[in-house]
Design a protein around this ligand. Structure first.
Ligand code: ARG
Length: 607
């Protein structure tokens, strides 16, 4: 049963009679709220039980065939009751109202089908006035969330894990923002460590200034590859000949000791790389509030962490390193190294320090790390260490994990940064578009369109299954216009937009003299019922942090829109009918538009 319902609000205050203006309601103007209250009050009175119990039990089913609202009677916990019998009795006692068309008792469930006219009247004017703001709520008002995502390592390849983190993190940022939270987006760069010593030495040997300025990320990576090869070669020689490795170590030590000359070189690598990052992330509509990184964690904070653990006798020496015992938190967590024998900080201690810094700086209500499942165990250790240190805000931390992508490659071979993937998506999309020259001529900026559509292909492929599932990266599948793909959603948006454009005369005052009773075809009714679920879908996605909740919904929506096209025409129809249908299509477009935006996709108007 849990699987078939979209949403179920769990806690709100207990009060006997629920009125329309009580504040627990997600939005009193939400289509489902008033009918829900009506039924709640009625059933609670009939059974002599608390209204909150009934209100909590009513859900919105995923499939509209099960009703617009559903009440699983066992959730009322009436011990010793035959729920099937009770259902049959109850449905006959519910008086008729403007909200409800039919109520059906089905096994232990009561299924409520709303009056389509009521849905049209409540939903369509709201969508058509609120437009891009429809679906925005202030549920999270006054609450602050920090979302850390993407976090690539400078001079190392941008792998599929970073791609997914970018896409899922971008989605979560938009979703929290839509729900009224104040969102701070962080990119925690891998910008510290021995590899920078290596890079500096490599740059002296292989660096070309112009190449670096033109394409810093790729150039640094090339240098990294070459100098690593040198090291590998020297490794076979006796110690005294291992010059490169020694120099790299020395350079990093200078960085660690605050040598300004060394730091200047490193800063230059970092800042030019960031300039490029900013440009590329903007293609995905992502703008970070801060590029933090491992380098920015204050040494002092890390020392404080180490000292505090020492004072509390939580730190032990093991083979020269300092380790913390986490088995008291959870058996399998074992020991975690916090400081190496040479006293340099490591990934884990930096993360602990960074978490402290962030809490002091932001006083967040929630902090989310979007990082691949390879680091599941690591994040458990991180959270456990913070817990061991008695930071009560550790409960506000959440690791959002995801599965692997297999076979992500591009024509140029190795993916060094995000733009290699995005460029290839654009090129492939463009190659498809030029096959239809007539259509191509109608598009104002075909290259830009190819970019947007190509990117939506990459993104939808990534977000259509549950986060935890692994998937196979496939250019052909993701860029196809057939089946459930990004280009298909974009196409659907374009088609709706062109209906609006062709009927601008009606669109100008679409809300006046609308006669919803003309929308009584079953395709239209099904469409508006799906549309009404949009706010609930967003709440559900916020609960489970699953982009697929939104993606699958948009497919349901667009499939139903397609079914409507077969019979519900606008062109050459009588004015009243044309207008009513237009209002329906235009509302559907706004919802599709807003949903795509939350996913991080730019909806396009023409393709
Ligand atoms: N730079 C890391 C990597 O590429 C990811 C950082 C994840 N975030 C964190 N706070 N540890 O593996």
């Amino acid at each position: 049963y849990e699987l078939c319902c979209l949403h179920n609000k769990k806690n709100y205050s207990q009060n006997s009679k629920i009125k329309d203006n009580t504040s627990y309601a997600r939005d009193e103007k939400d289509v489902f709220e008033k009918p829900k209250l009506f039924i709640t009050n009625h059933i609670a009175t009939q059974l002599g039980i608390d209204t909150s119990l009934v209100h909590d039990a009513i859900d919105i089913p995923k499939k509209t065939t099960l009703g617009d609202l559903i009440l699983p009677l066992p959730k009322l916990r009436l011990i010793g009751t035959n729920y099937t019998e009770l259902g049959k009795k109850l449905v006959n006692t519910i008086p008729s109202s403007k909200y409800i068309k039919t109520i059906v008792a089905h096994n232990a469930f009561i299924q409520i089908f709303l009056n389509p006219l009521y849905i049209y009247q409540t939903l369509l004017p709201k969508v058509l006035t609120e437009k891009e703001n429809f679906g925005r709520y202030n549920e999270g008002k006054g609450k602050k969330v920090i979302i850390e995502f993407s976090s690539p390592n400078i001079a190392k390849p941008f792998h599929a894990g970073h791609l997914r983190s970018t896409i899922i993190g971008g989605f979560l940022s938009n979703l929290y923002d839509t729900m009224g939270w104040s969102v701070t987006k962080l990119n925690y760069l891998g910008d510290w460590g021995k590899q920078f010593g290596l890079l500096a030495v490599g740059f002296e040997k292989y660096g070309v200034k112009e190449d670096f300025l033109k394409d810093p990320i790729n150039h640094l990576f090339e240098i990294y590859v070459k100098i690593s090869q040198d090291i590998a070669r020297e490794n076979d020689l006796p110690d005294i000949h291992r010059k490169t490795d020694r120099e790299a170590k020395q350079f990093f030590e200078r960085m660690e000791n605050g040598d300004e000359e060394a730091l200047d070189i490193w800063r230059n690598f970092r800042s030019l790389s960031i300039d490029k990052y900013i440009e590329t992330y903007s293609r995905l509509n992502i703008e970070y509030d801060s590029y933090c990184g491992e380098s920015k964690v204050p040494k002092k904070t890390i020392e404080y962490v180490i000292n505090r653990l020492k004072e509390d006798h939580l730190l032990k020496k093991k083979d020269g390193a300092m380790v913390v015992n986490l088995t008291t938190i959870e058996e399998d967590l074992g020991l975690a190294i916090l400081q190496k024998s040479d006293k340099t900080s490591i990934y884990l201690s930096r993360d602990i320090g960074e978490a402290l810094e962030r809490y002091n700086k932001y006083k967040f209500d929630k902090m989310i790390y979007v990082v691949a499942c390879q680091q599941d165990f690591y994040f458990r250790q991180l959270l456990a260490t913070l817990k061991l240190m008695n930071f009560d805000w550790v409960n506000k931390l959440e690791h959002i994990s995801f599965g692997m992508v297999k076979g992500m490659s591009t024509r140029k071979g190795k993916v060094v940064f995000l733009d290699t993937i995005l460029n290839e998506a654009q090129e492939k999309m463009y190659a498809q578009m030029i096959k239809d020259q007539d259509k191509l001529k109608q598009i104002k900026n075909p290259k830009e369109t190819a970019d947007k559509v190509g990117i939506s292909g990459v993104m939808i492929q990534d977000m259509q299954s549950k986060r935890a599932t692994n998937y196979e990266f496939s250019w052909n599948r993701m860029l196809s216009f057939e089946g459930d793909t990004g280009p298909y959603l974009q196409y659907s948006h374009c088609r709706l937009k062109s209906i609006e454009d062709k009927n601008q005369v009606y669109m100008r005052n679409i809300l006046t003299n609308l006669d919803f009773s003309l929308l009584d075809d079953k395709e239209a009714i099904e469409l508006v019922r799906i549309m009404a679920q949009y706010p609930t879908v967003l709440s559900k996605a916020l609960e489970n942090s699953e982009p697929s909740t939104v993606v699958l919904y948009l497919f349901r929506l667009t499939h139903q829109i397609s079914s409507c096209y077969k019979t519900l025409w606008v062109d050459n129809e009588e004015k009243r009918i044309a207008k009513a249908r237009l209002a329906l299509y235009s509302s559907a477009r706004h919802i599709l538009h807003n949903g795509l935006r939350i996913l991080g996709i730019t909806p396009i108007d023409r393709m």
